[in-house]
Design a protein around this ligand. Structure first.
Ligand code: HEC
Ligand code: HEC
Length: 364
């Protein structure tokens, strides 16, 4: 279809701008229902179905029925919420390293929150944020402290966005929180939804293979994200406009402490959302391929975050796929990065039963 180099370049640009909307056009009929039931079972631990009529209805449709930001009145509240959505989708122009107001340059890269939290945080299995307001405040295993929604959002500011925390009282933070609170209005108390996170595809019983993943990346991803993984900035003269296609590694990407740098997260995200425009209703990348491609992407160079060895004061709370030590168990860092994870999970369950906690020696 796109034979010449110029054609490919144009397609990459076009897709970066246009394909996000394709999801809304996907058929939502029978296959969706069958897959939803299967997915519902597969994701039970993370996203159990709450017993409310609205939650039940929302579990059976391809896209959620959510409050419409555009229907809010043009008053202070409506404007704040709409500004919040804008910060989420046009992040670099508000708080990026090239934002017009130097005092607001809090993010360290030009990613948008919505490059990962797809469709402005409203896409099933596209790391949606509709339950975020209901999920906090809650205990954070990563920090060992109780976290507010603003604290959690700063987790993404310092890791996914490779930057600094946003001041709680800044307009951007207040607006993001207002937007997330509005999204959360249709979520039952306790935040139990079907379609949260990135999904839960079956795990491999072998380590994921970055070499096989490299070949699959070339075939399925390089077309948009580039052979060097650096993505496609919309306008090199105006980087605050963000990416048509965001980078997957390199200096402009998320850092090594980010959730997307964990294999289980990226493999599921890729299976359910990539190539961009794909949805969980009709995935394009087979689970086995998604694991190997994910392994390839997380093996590439990216910004490093200092002090990761102090994450998770209780090492038994550390996710099995955290790509950095120390660990409570004796498995190698390589196995924590690439799996298989089932033996690690079994060892952690034994340790939990025996010891209850394993304090992180780096946390004083
Ligand atoms: C059609 C072009 C296209 C293809 C092909 C594609 N992507 Fe993407 N990808 C995008 C776009 C555009 C976004 C941002 C989506 C948004 O902002 O709504 C994205 C977002 C992502 C993200 C989250 C943002 C980030 O920078 O980390 C990851 C991870 C990702 N893609 C991985 C992949 C992988 C792996 C493949 C190959 C299996 C792939 N993509 C194929 C266009 C594409
Ligand atoms: C590179 C991808 C990426 C980017 C960019 C990103 N995030 Fe995240 N975010 C994640 C991942 C992965 C998680 C963990 C999701 C999970 O546990 O289900 C997460 C979790 C969150 C949560 C907690 C959700 C919950 O219900 O627990 C919030 C809130 C959040 N992000 C907000 C933001 C905001 C605001 C921005 C922009 C300033 C942002 N994120 C940018 C990947 C990203």
């Amino acid at each position: 279809m796109f034979g010449s180099g110029k054609g490919i370049e144009m397609a990459r640009r076009w897709m970066g701008w246009g394909l996000v909307t394709a999801l809304w056009l996907l058929p939502t009929a029978l296959p969706a229902l069958a897959q939803d039931a299967a997915r519902e079972a597969a994701t039970a631990p993370a996203t159990a179905l709450a017993e409310t009529p609205l939650a039940k209805a929302n579990a059976r449709i391809a896209v959620w029925d959510l409050p419409d930001v555009d229907q809010l009145p043009d008053d202070d509240y409506g404007r704040l919420v709409r500004y919040g959505r804008s910060v989420l989708v046009a992040t670099p122009s508000h708080i990026g390293p090239n934002a017009a107001d130097p005092a607001m340059r809090f993010a360290g890269n030009n990613l948008a929150c919505a490059n990962c939290h797809l469709n402005a945080g409203t896409k099933k299995f596209g790391l949606p944020l509709i339950a975020a307001a209901a999920d906090y405040p809650s205990y954070s295993a990563r920090s060992g402290h109780k976290a507010t929604l603003a604290d959690r959002l700063d987790g993404c500011m310092t890791r996914s966005m490779n930057g600094r925390p946003l001041p709680t009282e800044s307009k951007s933070m207040r607006a993001l929180v207002a937007y997330l609170e509005l999204l959360g209005k249709s979520v039952p108390p306790g935040g139990k939804i079907v379609g949260g996170g990135a999904g839960r595809i079956a795990e491999l019983d072998r380590p994921a293979d970055p070499v096989r993943g490299a070949a699959l990346y070339k075939e399925n991803c390089a077309f948009c994200h580039g052979p060097d993984g650096h993505g496609l900035i919309r306008d090199p003269e105006a980087p605050a406009l963000g990416y048509g296609v965001p980078p997957l590694w390199g200096p402009g990407s998320f850092n090594d402490g980010a959730g997307m740098n964990r294999l289980i997260t990226i493999a599921n995200f890729v299976h359910n959302n990539m190539p961009n425009g794909t949805s969980w209703v009709m995935p394009q990348i087979a689970p086995e391929d998604a694991w190997d491609i994910g392994a390839f992407v997380v093996s590439q160079d990216r910004p490093r975050r200092a002090g990761l060895d102090r994450d998770f004061p209780d090492l038994l709370q550390k996710p099995v796929d955290a790509p950095y030590g120390p660990y409570a168990d004796d498995f190698t860092e390589t196995q924590h990065r690439f799996g298989p994870f089932a033996p690690i999970r079994a060892a952690l369950a034994r340790l939990k039963a025996d010891k209850g906690t394993v304090p992180n020696p780096n946390v004083k």
